[in-house]
Design a protein. Structure first.
Length: 193
């Protein structure tokens, strides 16, 4: 399988960074081809200029390459912290620029046509808010965003998300356990073929 791994965290060496590297390691050991983007390290430009919104707009080569990687991948692993119930702006900008009409979906007289049908996605998020408080106060906005508003809209149905919390209150032992869980989740979603 071809698996696209996207990291949206501003600090190398963060726990999100460890999650992404763990996922990459599991995928590569299973024999999958991987493409990895650390959006902050690469200084990805999240701003979508108006003239690039249209389906057939001229887009920069870097964005075209990201679009091709999205379209050719069989699966996706996305890792990021929960910031105000959303991904960091750089990751939201990546979605805006790369999940383009004509690449991830299209609109026809019959409605939306999702081009990611038959693919799979694993989104792993981190947060500091205890899970019970998050659900009680806000529901789970990231679950809805990734599962329904982004991947579901684009036709992808094989979706899983795991939120790891509370990062700020976790011990090194807890983080080690979470990384083992990440190994298991990635292995289940993307078994060796």
């Amino acid at each position: 399988m071809n698996v696209l791994v996207i990291l949206g965290h501003q600090r190398q060496g963060s726990f999100c960074d460890a999650i992404a590297k763990t996922a990459l390691s599991v995928l590569q050991r299973a024999g999958h081809r991987t493409v990895f983007h650390d959006l902050y390290a690469e200084r990805f430009d999240p701003i979508l200029p108006h003239e690039q919104i249209a389906k057939n707009a001229e887009i920069p080569p870097e964005i075209r390459r990201h679009c091709e990687e999205l379209a050719s991948a069989d699966g996706y692993v996305i890792v990021h912290p929960n910031w105000w119930g959303q991904p960091p702006a750089i990751l939201k900008g990546w979605v805006d620029r790369v999940f383009r009409q004509g690449v991830a979906y299209d609109i026809s007289a019959e409605g939306v046509v999702g081009y990611l049908k038959g693919k799979r996605a694993l989104v792993i998020t981190t947060s500091n808010t205890p899970r019970e408080d998050e659900l009680r106060l806000y529901g789970d906005p990231l679950e809805n965003l990734w599962k329904n508003c982004i991947f579901g809209f684009c036709g992808l149905e094989d979706f899983r998300r795991r939120n790891l919390e509370s990062i700020v209150m976790s011990s090194p032992e807890q983080r080690a356990e979470w990384l083992k869980e990440v190994e298991e989740l990635v292995g289940e979603m993307f078994p060796s073929g």
